[in-house]
Every structure is written in structure tokens, then in C-alpha cells.
Design a protein around this ligand. Structure first.
Ligand code: DGL
Length: 259
């Protein structure tokens, strides 16, 4: 296999760019292709079967571009479809799940909060993970409409603040000291979330962990790009190119694609 082939990433929209940033930081020589399936966002309100079919469509495109490894940069797609994806494709597939284990190691109050989409919180994979930590209280909260507002470019909109307050206040009342951001869109809300949380509550997401896992798998499979050149990065969206540009440093790397 040619090690210079790109890593393919996809998400229901712009959220997975938060993962792409971590991957590019840790693995600067890797080429990446990112798909924002914003036309079909949010995945979190869709059925498991729909999420599987959309994930197939995204991966089929990335494989047509010769990707050597796929990152499912979406908690909802991972928790609903990773088993089906791994059995369908031969290429290594890395997923992202809410960082419950790291949160259980960090908490002092033994009460943690998880903010994620409906699709993630109602998935079998998520509930099986939660069952493993019966000694910890896990306060689950569905972040209804947060992804939609972000996809509409309304991160700083007053409605966002209202929704976040509505979701976070009950978690604070229940005594969480650690908040898991279980959706790759949510790291873009950290500034607002911090304003609504007391200082003693830590926020964690899985971005860096995914980048490290990617590095480990590339090494194991002998797929690490050893070229001394910096990688090239391409970002495709099937909806509003201006919205994706808000989340990518090099705006000339962002393109519309009907996938
Ligand atoms: N970024 C996706 C995730 O990590 C959002 C899913 C959605 O579109 O609802 O879950």
C-alpha cells in the first residue's frame, strides 16, 4: 500500500473538523480528505438504518479517492454503525465515542455528565458503555437542536445560549464535576459552555484520543506517511460552502461536492 494515500474523514457536517484539526496537528505529514454531509445533518435525529446507509455513502466516496484509513468523525455514526462499517470494508476504520472512561478516571464527585445527540444516547453501544460504570452516576442529556444551530452558522445566537443553559443547569444541580462532550460539533461551543459552568467542572472531548489512535493504527499497519512534506488537506461539503469555511483555516481548501 502507498503510504502517501490520504486519510478520509466524515461527519454529518462541520463537527468532525474538530477531529481533523487534532489529526493534522499530531500527524502533519498526512494528507486528509474531509466530507461534511451537511445536506443530511443532523444524523442524531435519524434511524440507525439511515445512519448506516449515509455512512456507507460517505465511505464509498472516500474509498473512491483511494483513502488508506477512514475516521468516522461523528459519535452518532460511530455508536450506530461502526460494527456494520467494519464488517463491510477492509480498510481500517477508527470511530469516536463519548469519552466516558477518561471522565470516570477524572471525577472526584463520581457524578459525570454526557451531552450528546439523541442517536448517540439511545444507541446500544452507548448504553453498554454506561453499564460498565455502575459505581459512577452518569447524567445523560440530549443536546436537541445544537447541531442544527451550528450547521446554520448560529454558534453565537442567543437561542444557543438558552438551549445550553437548559441542558447544563440540571447537570450542575445533580453535582457533575466532569462534562463529556459526546458530539464532534460541541467543541465549537466550549467558550459558551464555560461561561455557564462553575469553574470546578472540567470539560472533556475525544479529539486528541482519536488522533492518537489514528497514529497507533497507522504505525501498526505500516501506513504512516514518511514523506518529509506537509500534508495537503481537502474539505468537501454538500451544502453551504460558507459555513464550512468558518471552521477551516485554509479557506481555499474548501469545496462544494454533490456526494
Ligand atoms: N458531529 C456529530 C456527532 O458527533 C453530530 C451528529 C448529528 O448530526 O446529529 O455526533
Amino acid at each position: 500500500m502507498d503510504n502517501t494515500k490520504p486519510i478520509g474523514l466524515f461527519d454529518s457536517g462541520i463537527g468532525g473538523t474538530s477531529i481533523c484539526t487534532e489529526v493534522n496537528k499530531l500527524l502533519p505529514n498526512e494528507n486528509t480528505i474531509y466530507l461534511a454531509d451537511s445536506k443530511n445533518a443532523p444524523y442524531g435525529q435519524r434511524s440507525k438504518q439511515q445512519i448506516i446507509e449515509l455512512s456507507y455513502k460517505n465511505i464509498d466516496y472516500l474509498l473512491s479517492q483511494d483513502c488508506k484509513l477512514i475516521i468516522v468523525a461523528c459519535n452518532t455514526a460511530t455508536t450506530n454503525a461502526i460494527t456494520e462499517l467494519r464488517s463491510k470494508y477492509d480498510v481500517p476504520i477508527i470511530g469516536i465515542e463519548p469519552a466516558i472512561k477518561p471522565a470516570t478516571l477524572l471525577t472526584k464527585t463520581a457524578v459525570i455528565g454526557v451531552l450528546a445527540t439523541k442517536g448517540t444516547i439511545t444507541s446500544e453501544l452507548f448504553s453498554n458503555t454506561v453499564k460498565k460504570y455502575s459505581d459512577i452516576v452518569i447524567v445523560e442529556q440530549i443536546g436537541y437542536d445544537l447541531v442544527k444551530l451550528i450547521e446554520d452558522g448560529k454558534i453565537d445566537h442567543p437561542e444557543m445560549n438558552l438551549l445550553l443553559k437548559q441542558y447544563l443547569d440540571p447537570m450542575i444541580e445533580k453535582g457533575i464535576d466532569t462534562l463529556v462532550l459526546g458530539c464532534t460539533h460541541y467543541p465549537y461551543l466550549i467558550a459558551q459552555i464555560k461561561k455557564l459552568l462553575p469553574d470546578n467542572i472540567s470539560i472533556i472531548d475525544s479529539g486528541l484520543a482519536v488522533a492518537k489512535q489514528t497514529q497507533k493504527i497507522l504505525l501498526e499497519k505500516n501506513l504512516l506517511n514518511t514523506s518529509p512534506q506537509s500534508g495537503t488537506h481537502i474539505f468537501y461539503t454538500n451544502k453551504d460552502i460558507e459555513v464550512l469555511k468558518m471552521f477551516v483555516n485554509d479557506q481555499s481548501a474548501v469545496h462544494y461536492l454533490d456526494f
